[in-house]
Each structure stands twice: as C-alpha cells, then as structure tokens.
Design a protein around this ligand. Structure first.
Ligand code: ADP
Ligand code: TRP
Length: 320
C-alpha cells in the first residue's frame, strides 16, 4: 500500500505530533511503501523568514530520522523539491468550490479571530490534496485535526474523476485510538498554536519542570476518580506498558494519591521512552551530509512518481 503523510516544519515537534502522526509513519513503513515529506510550502503560510524556514526544514528531517524513519524502508523528502505537486494543485484548484474551502476549520478559525487570511491559507487544503494525490496515496496517517482535509482531498479527486474519467486514487485517513488527540499542559488539545506543548527533544530538566506544572483539577487526595477523562492519565497512557497503565488506572479508582505522583511517573516514562531517539538525533546532527543526501535521494524517487501522476492528470483534462 502507498502510505503518505506530511509534517510542517513550523517549530519543535511535540508529543501530539509523535503519538498522533509520526509513530504511525514509523509503524507503517515496515509493511508498506511509505512516502513522508516535510511540508515547507505549507509552512510558508506562517514562517516568513527564509533562514528560519531552511533551518526548520532540516530540523524536521533530523527529527523524523532520529525517531526511527528509515530511508531504506520509506521515502523521505521535502515538499518543494517536487514542483509537480504545485502544478497538480492548479488542476485541482480549477474544480474546487469556494464553499468547500470556506468550511475548512483552519481558515474558519482564523477568520473568526479576526486574523486577515491570505489566499495561501484559504487554498491550503488544495495543496494538501495535491500532496496526497500526486503519489497515488492510499492511506494517510494523521491526527484527528487533519481528517477534514483528507475529506476535502477525496471530494476534489472524486469530482476530477467524475469530470475527466478515472484518474486519481481516493485516499483514506488513518488515525490512532489514543494518539488521535493528545492533551497539552492545559488539558486542551496539544498544539503549537495553544502554547501548551511538551517537546520530544531538548534538555530534560526544563521539560520535567513543564510536566510538573501541568494543570490539574482540585480533586481532594482521598477521592477516587475515573481515569478515562483525566488528561494526566491520558498522557501517562502514551508511555506506560499495559501492566503499568492498569496499575495507574487502579490507583485512580482507589483514590488517595496526589497528582504529583502521576506527573513524576509521566516525566520518568517519557524521558526513558525518547532517550534513544535523543542520542540518535545528536549523532545525526554531526552528520548533516548524510541527512541532506537522504533528502535528495527521496526527492528523486518522489519526483518520478509525481511526474507520472501529473502526466496522467494533464492528459485527462486535455493539457497534453
Ligand atoms: P500543531 O497543531 O502543533 O501545529 P501540526 O498541525 O503541525 O501541529 O500537526 C502535525 C501532525 O501532528 C498532524 O498529523 C496532526 O494531526 C498531528 N497532531 C498535532 N497535534 C496533535 C495532538 N494534540 N494529538 C494528536 N495528533 C496531533
Ligand atoms: N496539513 C498537515 C498538518 O498541518 C501537513 C500536511 C501537508 C499533510 N500536506 C499533507 C499531511 C499531506 C498529510 C498529507 O499537519
């Protein structure tokens, strides 16, 4: 199966990015033909500093490789290295109803907040659709917030096929049960835009401090509590083994413990969980030639596929 996903190089990756998206990339690379890219064209809608964007893009490659993405098993590349995607975006754009884009969350939210939106933000889902369709992708692993965009992609591919004949492959979104919506330090969805993230990489001490400051309710120590609805429990569950999760759930139901105990368990478990990736990231950072060569190889492979699909789409609509 062709599996594809993209991640924007807009800042340090956080637990939500890993458990919602990146972990799936790594798992799926074993049995599938994985295509994973760094969405620098999408990031351009928010990062308006050339040096920063370039650095973020390389950082994102380091992050993915350190977390276990294996270039011998999957294709890793940078979005803007594949100009065919931008061409396909135009073909799709000509058949995109304005109303469809007006209903998209990212645009609606900005508009509701009174932030001036540009055409890049408005048409963001069309570029995302082209990203997916350019590689005949069948499965798109993402967090819950991206599902609407995959639906838009299916709509656009469906109407292209309806108009010009069967040309584009309709993809399916894939989310994980527990990783679909990782809560942040304030209990809301963890997101760079909410300033509530816990980073995957970085010095452990300040991260521990952030964990100890996670907001909690003011439940008295002795009250039993249902674990399921508690965001600290949800965070612990990301790292614990089945037995540890059961044990923690038991403690919640019994009551009589402080939240500090859970926070410490989260800090220990997360440090342990990402230790290997941290070491690997340091090694890779000292070997940037390898990272850049990996991206060039990935782009070459991705361009081949995107060129074929674009040609097919161009012929279908009478451009060739
Ligand atoms: P952010 O919201 O922090 O800007 P991105 O939009 O860059 O994150 O998301 C990159 C990937 O990580 C997407 O597939 C997204 O669905 C996933 N993701 C982001 N935040 C979370 C979260 N809190 N829980 C689960 N998945 C998430
Ligand atoms: N919009 C996605 C995000 O913010 C990133 C992305 C761009 C993407 N193109 C994609 C994800 C194609 C999956 C498939 O997270």
């Amino acid at each position: 199966m062709r599996v594809l996903s993209g991640i924007q190089p807009t800042g340090r990756p956080h637990w939500g990015n890993f458990f919602g998206a990146i972990q799936q990339y790594i798992d799926l690379q074993e049995e599938n033909d994985g295509f994973y890219f760094i969405a620098d064209l999408h990031a351009l809608t928010t990062v308006r500093d050339a040096k920063q964007l370039r650095q973020n893009t390389l950082d994102a490659a380091l992050d993915l490789l350190a977390l276990g993405l294996d270039p011998d098993k999957a294709t890793l590349f940078v979005q803007s290295d594949i100009p065919e995607v931008s061409e396909l975006t135009w073909l799709l754009m000509t058949g995109t109803p304005m109303g469809l884009l007006e209903r998209c969350h990212a645009y609606k939210e900005k508009k509701a907040k009174g932030i001036a939106a540009d055409a890049g933000l408005f048409t963001y889902p069309v570029l995302m659709a082209a990203d997916i369709l350019a590689y005949d992708s069948e499965i798109v692993p993402v967090g819950e917030d991206q599902i609407q965009h995959i639906e838009v992609c299916r709509d656009l591919a469906g109407s292209f096929n309806h108009c010009f004949g069967e040309t584009l492959v309709l993809p399916k979104a894939k989310t994980l049960d527990h990783g679909a919506k990782v809560p942040g330090t304030d209990g809301q969805k963890m997101s760079k835009s909410y300033n509530n993230t816990l980073p995957l990489f970085g010095e452990t001490k300040p991260i521990r401090k952030q964990i100890m400051r996670i907001t909690t309710d003011s439940r008295p120590m002795e009250d039993p509590k249902e674990p399921e609805g508690d965001h600290l429990f949800q965070l612990f569950r990301l790292f614990g083994s089945e037995a540890e999760i059961e044990e923690m759930a038991g403690m919640y139901r019994k009551g009589g413990f402080g939240y500090g105990h859970v926070k410490k368990a989260i800090a220990d478990a997360s440090e342990n969980y990402f230790a290997e990736a941290r070491d690997r990231r340091n090694d890779l950072e000292a070997n940037m030639d390898y990272v850049e060569q990996t991206l060039r190889n990935g782009a070459e492979r991705a361009r081949q596929v995107a060129g074929e699909v674009l040609g097919r789409a161009q012929r279908a609509c009478g451009l060739k």
